[in-house]
Design a protein around this ligand. Sequence first.
Ligand SMILES: CC(C)(COP(=O)(O)OP(=O)(O)OC[C@H]1O[C@@H](n2cnc3c(N)ncnc32)[C@H](O)[C@@H]1OP(=O)(O)O)[C@@H](O)C(=O)NCCC(=O)NCCS
Length: 145
Amino acid sequence: MSEVDDIVIRPMYATDIQRGFLAAIAALKPCELTDEDAVEVFRKRMRQKIMTYVAIKEDRVIGTASLLIEPKFIHSGGVVGHIEDVAVHQGFQHHGLGGRLVKFILDVCRQHKCYKVILDCAEEVIPFYEKMGFHRWERAMRIDL
Ligand SMILES: CC(C)(COP(=O)(O)OP(=O)(O)OC[C@H]1O[C@@H](n2cnc3c(N)ncnc32)[C@H](O)[C@@H]1OP(=O)(O)O)[C@@H](O)C(=O)NCCC(=O)NCCS
């Protein structure tokens, strides 16, 4: 059995913060929230219908990915999926889990009848997303406030 067999991907619960959620998402960027503050952030995200998914192995979180669904005025009210914060715990990278998380989210997007799915990413992970079927499209813009 490989490192990433017997993994379940499911929507996140607040209790997943005690299952190592912050250590898993730290693969993306160090996260300095206390567990209590992270629960507050999780609740705020739930109120805003931001969907957070987790990959669980032996009752520990080893990966995560998030999804926002946006109904557009244009495109005849069509729906866009925005992928955010895909992260696999450092000890479990390069075993196929990131790919499974992205495929899982794409299935959710299909169920919501999204006509496209978009994300921003660093240059070095472009080959990862290309393997998932994404292609480069336009440019990301940012202003720091
Ligand atoms: C990027 C990340 C999510 C990929 O997850 P992973 O579990 O390591 O990736 P997988 O094992 O599912 O890789 C799937 C494919 O992409 C390739 N791949 C993965 N990471 C890659 C990278 N950084 N550069 C090039 N190819 C990569 C793998 O070789 C694999 O190809 P294969 O199927 O031909 O073997 C993970 O490495 C991670 O958490 N990185 C830090 C956080 C981050 O950068 N997240 C992306 C935010 S947009």
